[in-house]
Design a protein around this ligand. Structure first.
Ligand SMILES: Nc1ncnc2c1ncn2[C@@H]1O[C@H](COP(=O)(O)OP(=O)(O)OP(=O)(O)O)[C@@H](O)[C@H]1O
Ligand SMILES: [Mg+2]
Length: 221
């Protein structure tokens, strides 16, 4: 499903060169749940953004469903991203001027808009326990509630792959367990593939396979 081959990304700041992702290779089979743990600054967010087509690697390839995503042109890549995968970002990514409901529906507005999307958005909001906050704006929600809206939003386009960066970072244990149950359900029913970056050993432990990232290198945990 996803094949990462020899990916490398270097950043240069103030003349100092750091290899943030250092010749990383691994594969994810369709329907796998894989977690990545690692210290702050080890390159996890950068790696996810290379895999998800948001940041261009210096070298290497990301092959998803047989296609090298970094060989596509911009239009091809954004269409592919919109169809195939969703991000749950580490930091708040909601549009402040849209309500919770509008934030969840927004990604679907770029595809073929269908009436059933409205129903599905409500269903997803219910699933994350926020059916009663549909009309609230992000500034009227707690950090954990905003996080759950972003999680609901990730599923609206029925993606095949979810790339999640600390998806339960600001949630209590009980809510974390509910989110994990949602992920597992989507995995079982729709064969959604998950790559989860997390500091939570609870969450990591529930993945089918665990990877560790350290100074740009990825190994089995
Ligand atoms: N756009 C950028 N420009 C320059 N350096 C960057 C950039 N993005 C990340 N870095 C550097 O790359 C390294 C890895 O950052 P990254 O965000 O991938 O780490 P992380 O493993 O996700 O950390 P955390 O657990 O704190 O979220 C850090 O040293 C960071 O300073
Ligand atoms: Mg990060």
């Amino acid at each position: 499903m996803i094949e990462i081959k020899d990916l490398t990304k270097t950043y240069t700041v103030g003349g100092q060169v750091s290899k943030v992702v250092d010749h990383v290779s691994f594969k994810l089979a369709k329907g796998e749940i894989v977690s990545i743990i690692g210290h702050s600054g080890s390159g996890k967010t950068t790696l996810l953004s290379l895999i998800g087509g948001l940041t261009k690697p210096d070298s290497g390839s990301v092959i998803i469903g047989g296609k090298d995503i970094w060989a596509m042109d911009d239009a091809g890549l954004s269409g592919f991203r919109n169809r195939m995968l969703s991000f749950i970002f580490q930091f708040s990514s909601l549009i402040p001027t849209l309500t919770a409901f509008e934030n969840v529906v927004l990604p679907a507005a770029f595809g073929d808009y269908k009436e059933e999307i409205t129903g599905y958005a409500k269903e997803l909001l219910d699933t994350v326990g926020l059916g009663d906050k549909m009309n609230s704006f992000p500034s009227q929600l707690s950090g954990g509630q905003q996080r759950r809206i972003a999680i609901a939003r990730a599923f609206i386009n029925r993606p095949e792959i979810i790339l999640a960066d600390e998806p339960t970072g600001d949630l209590d244990e009980e809510t974390e367990a509910e989110i994990m149950a949602l992920f597992k359900n989507m995995n079982r029913e729709r064969e959604v593939t998950f790559l989860l970056v997390t500091h939570s050993s609870e969450l990591a432990g529930q993945a089918g396979r665990q990877l560790r990232m350290s100074s740009g290198l990825v190994s089995a945990a």
